[in-house]
Ligand binder design. Structure first.
Ligand code: 0WK
Ligand code: 0WK
Ligand code: BGC
Ligand code: BGC
Length: 938
């Protein structure tokens, strides 16, 4: 009896367990965890390669930026048409998303219809394929009585690798799966769709977003589960996407926040990275595919190929006599005869074996039970390898997310879709199990996208719509800051008219054109020590300037800066000048020159009417100054009295100059061609050397300089001389527009700033162009955009309502190209403004629009000045230098460039060199003082 058992045992032993035979035959396909971890590590390396700008071009795994920057945040709403193209089914849908209610709460309604795609179109002309798509869309509209007139936002799920530069722009890199239509590779498929919609006609669609099916699947599941940060398709094809840190996505500007990356992992291995895992069957599948060498990873995993893999294994085992006693049928030899659906059927719990027999008999085979077990096991191994490879890829992605977020443990949800995952009985369980085994410290949840990806596509479109409408509204708001060439020409003409009027009219003119009594630029003979006092826009500066004959052109300077507290700026004139006197005292003390009784030049950066070089009556304060009892008074006397009151030191104030004049002189010391001084700082202003004969409003002629007095010989050369005589005129161009001449470009934001200023109605040009006001204009625009819900989620914070909170220096920082949006956010943070990435982009845009207009307006003004000088001198072409100072010109990243370009464009017959002044206007004031003293000595 025992003997019988032994024989039958060995016989069965001999009669080997069919699965063992298959295990051995397919050992290369049975991957264990080390191998999976190895594949996972390889894929992580591929991801890095794809993300980095240097190695992206050569990378097999393209890591395509999708421009989807956030998963759903519940604010999405609207009605959308959607096209779901590229999977096994082509669907046209209408999706209705209602505000803030999750899917479970029925927040999204979908109405869909699947349309067949005739086989020939898959390999026909691309335009014909898209026409079929748009004709189906039109048919759906008809069938569902959806208005053909109304403009419908359209969400386009296109499940092929596309290089996207925006949500609604994507170049097709290559077809995959069973699509091979001609003439579309490298084309922007969104444009191709638009053209096809126009060709089909009779409907109005706005294609707002194109997304990959993985992205749409992530968004669909993300609507309900905020942990959903990755999308996975295991269908006809396979692919995955996830939310990557933007700073790692080199191909997209900005490193703030996150962006969804479509990995296109189907191509993993196209560069040979998986060769040691490729089996002969994989090679056969690839060789017979319509894209050999491509999508290697996909061909080991996805539904389009699993059935074929099983067929080839069964065929091979049959050929070598390991199945069906070596008998092979034509059907078994025929490509595609075993489908992935067959594989799934073979693996069904209960009916798996029965299905296997049915399927094999349908292939004209007559399998034995063992054959059926073996073939079923082949299916198991092939599909098991598929889920294992997906698990390895997913493990790589989730590990990367864990590192990105610096987490020891990660809780995440993966949105999944695709026929293999949905219809293969064992697939999901196997996948989940292996993923959790490979990632013990990750809590991974798989969310099945139960209604396809179009919901997600609609959500992306909702975001795109919101972003598009916000951009439209922001552009509209900023359009009033965009000045056309014609408008700038007009400003130039009005500036010119204002200069002319200011030279003529004795009475008040918008542009005051104040004579400075500085007749010529320095001639380098200046010598000695001078004290230069400089009351500018934001601070007071005392400076010791020492011109040493011996040191060619070499000037020694020592200076100290003192702030002017607001209460002093807006206190009494006495307090202001006492404060200046105290600062001077401190400086002289610091220099040990209290008893030096130095000759001093006083740079006073406010409009002063002068009748001589050492007197100046303040016409009106500007730039936030409002000290009382100063306007209409001689600022030199007020300073002298303050010094006397202090009774600590003495000064010989020999000259008072405007900071533009001081700046011109400082720069003329370096470049004799410098005959214009420009300040673009807290305030804005320009001076230039005007022909005395043109300064009609004053009896200057009568006031001809000493040296001309009484020279007996021949009036002629005197007249000649006189006509050649020039004097520097402080234009005070800041006043342009005070007569309403700029009302057509002044925006309501400017009016608001002017109204809130200490000198409403005054200095209108300055309030459009200078540092004191640009920040306020930006704040007004940001307020308006926030009230419109376009910014900071519509939260108007106290901070945003605080005048002066947005200093102009922030503009310079925010607009610097080097500064990433991150820094913009931190500046906003410092201001107590919580912003997201989109907010930062808008803030940067607003700052850019405001500063660009300011620079253009100054450029238009400068064009008027240089053209006037050119015409004064009857020149066809003028070469001239402008000495410049001011924080806006010097520190703003774009201001000076735009100003120069605008001047060039509007005054093409003038070659204007802009020379930033090194030591401010102090040296200039000292030079003028030196000249003034010399004259006094004569
Ligand atoms: C259903 C989605 C579609 C995606 C498809 C993939 O709605 O966007 O392309 O899943 O699975 P497949 O149909 O290729 O099996
Ligand atoms: C530096 C000059 C000073 C002038 C100032 C203007 O020395 O005279 O007032 O530039 O620039 P702000 O300080 O207003 O930026
Ligand atoms: C395509 C992917 C797509 C995947 C799943 C692949 O062949 O390249 O873009 O996401 O199939 O449909
Ligand atoms: C003043 C000018 C000064 C300019 C630049 C303006 O507010 O009126 O006198 O030159 O600011 O500081």
């Amino acid at each position: 009896m025992l003997a019988v058992h032994l024989v039958s045992f060995f016989f069965t032993k001999l009669q080997e367990d069919p699965t063992k035979k298959v295990d051995r035959f397919l050992h290369a396909m049975r991957l264990h965890d080390d191998q999976l971890n190895d594949i996972s590590a390889r894929f992580q390396a591929e991801m890095k390669k794809g993300l980095s700008a240097e190695s992206n071009a050569a990378a097999a795994v393209k890591m395509l930026p999708t421009h989807v920057r956030s998963t759903p945040d519940g604010s999405e709403k609207g009605q959308f048409m959607a096209l779901d193209f590229g999977g096994s089914k082509f669907k046209v849908l209408q999706v209705k998303v209602r505000e803030g209610m999750g899917i479970r709460k029925g927040g999204v309604e979908m109405d869909e219809k699947t349309y067949r795609i005739p086989k020939e179109l898959l390999t026909g002309r691309g335009t014909e394929l898209f026409d079929h798509v748009t004709e189906s869309l039109k048919d759906f509209l008809h069938e569902r009585n959806i208005s053909l007139e109304k403009k419908h936002p359209l969400a386009f799920t296109f499940s092929f690798p596309c290089e996207q530069t925006a949500l609604n722009r994507g170049l097709l890199l290559s077809w995959s799966k069973n699509f091979r239509a001609r003439g579309l590779q490298g084309k922007d498929v969104v444009q191709v769709l638009r053209d096809s919609i126009d060709r089909t006609g009779g409907m109005d669609m706005e294609v707002l977003a194109m997304v990959n099916d993985t992205v749409a699947t992530m968004m669909t599941c993300g609507f309900d589960d905020q942990y959903c940060q990755a999308g996975l398709i295991i269908g006809t094809g396979t692919n995955a996407c996830y939310m990557e840190e933007l700073r790692h996505v080199d191909l997209v500007e900005g490193d703030e926040g996150r962006m969804c990356v479509n990995t296109e992992w189907g191509a993993f291995g196209d560069d040979g990275a998986l060769d040691d895992f490729i089996t002969e069957f994989d090679r056969d599948v690839d060789a017979a595919s319509n894209n050999p060498g491509k999508q290697i990873f996909e061909k080991m995993i996805s539904g389009m190929y699993l059935g074929e893999l099983v067929r080839l294994v069964v065929l091979k085992m049959a050929k070598v006599g390991k199945l069906f006693d070596g008998r092979v049928s034509d059907a078994l030899r025929t490509k595609g005869k075993i489908t992935t659906a067959h594989v799934a059927a073979m693996e069904e719990y209960k009916n798996g074996l029965k299905n296997t027999r049915t399927i094999l008999e349908e292939l004209d085979l007559s399998p034995s039970d063992d054959d059926c077990i073996a073939v079923q096991h082949i299916s198991t191994i092939v599909s098991f390898r598929s889920s294992n490879l997906v698990a390895a890829g997913l493990a790589a992605i989730l590990t990367r997310i864990k590192h990105n977020r610096n987490r020891r443990a990660l809780r995440i949800t993966v949105g999944v879709d695709g026929t293999v995952y949905k219809t293969h009985p064992q697939y999901p369980k196997r996948l989940h199990k292996v993923v959790r085994r490979l990632l013990p410290d990750c809590h991974v949840r798989f969310a099945l996208s139960d209604s396809g990806s179009s919901k997600g596509a609609a959500l992306v479109t909702a975001v795109a719509q919101r972003l598009a409408s916000r951009k439209r509204q922001v552009d509209e708001t900023l359009s009033s800051f965009k000045l056309s060439q014609e408008q700038l020409q007009l400003v130039k003409a009005r500036m010119r008219a204002g200069l002319e009027a200011g030279l003529k009219s004795k009475g008040p003119s918008a542009i005051k054109m104040l004579p400075s009594f500085v007749y010529h630029t320095p001639d380098g003979t200046e010598n000695g020590k001078y004290l230069a006092l400089d009351l500018g826009g934001t601070n007071f500066r005392a400076m010791l300037v020492n011109f040493k004959k011996s040191l060619q052109q070499n000037v020694r300077l020592y200076h100290k800066i003192y702030t002017i507290p607001l209460e002093i700026m807006q206190g009494t004139g006495e307090e202001l000048f006492d404060h200046l006197a105290q600062c001077i005292g401190d400086f002289l003390d610091y220099m040990g020159m209290k008893n030096a009784r130095l000759p001093a030049g006083f740079t006073f950066s406010f409009p002063c009417e002068q009748t001589a070089i050492d007197t100046g009556t303040l016409v009106s304060w500007t730039k936030g100054f409002k000290a009382t009892n100063c306007e209409g008074h001689d600022v030199v006397s007020m300073l002298r009295e303050a010094i006397k009151r202090r009774n600590e030191f003495e000064l010989d104030i020999a000259a008072v100059v405007n900071d533009t004049v001081g700046t011109m002189m400082s720069c003329a010391y370096e470049d004799p061609q410098c005959e214009i001084g420009l300040i673009a700082g807290t305030g804005t202003n320009v001076c230039y050397m005007e022909e005395v004969k043109n300064i009609e409003k004053t009896e200057l002629q009568k006031g001809k300089p000493e040296k001309f007095k009484g020279t007996p010989d021949g009036e002629q050369d005197e007249v000649e001389e006189l006509s050649m005589l020039k004097m520097c005129v402080n234009t005070e161009w800041g006043g342009l527009g005070d007569d309403g001449s700029l009302d057509d470009i002044i925006t309501p934001y400017d009016t608001e700033v002017d109204q809130n200023s200490v000198n409403p109605g005054k200095q209108r040009f300055e309030k459009l162009t200078s540092g004191m006001y640009l920040g306020e204009i930006v704040r007004q625009v940001l307020l308006d955009l926030t009230r419109g819900g376009l910014l900071f989620r519509g939260h108007v914070t106290e901070t945003l309502k605080t005048p002066g909170i947005f200093q102009t220096k922030y503009l310079s920082q925010i607009e610097s190209d080097r500064l990433a949006l991150l820094q913009v956010r931190s500046i906003l943070q410092q201001l107590g403004l919580n912003s997201n990435c989109d907010d930062s982009i808008i803030v940067k845009e607003v700052c850019g629009a405001v500063s660009r207009r300011a620079a253009q307006l100054c450029g238009a003004g400068m064009a008027a000045v240089v053209d006037k000088i050119r015409e004064n001198r009857g020149l066809d072409h003028l070469n001239i230098t402008v000495g410049v100072d001011g924080a806006l010109y010097k520190l703003h990243p774009h201001f000076s460039g735009v100003l120069q370009k605008t001047t060039k464009a509007l005054a093409p017959r003038c070659d204007v060199t802009f020379l930033p002044s090194e030591e401010g206007s102090g040296k200039g004031a000292a030079l003028i003082t030196a000249v003034a003293r010399k004259k006094k000595e004569i």
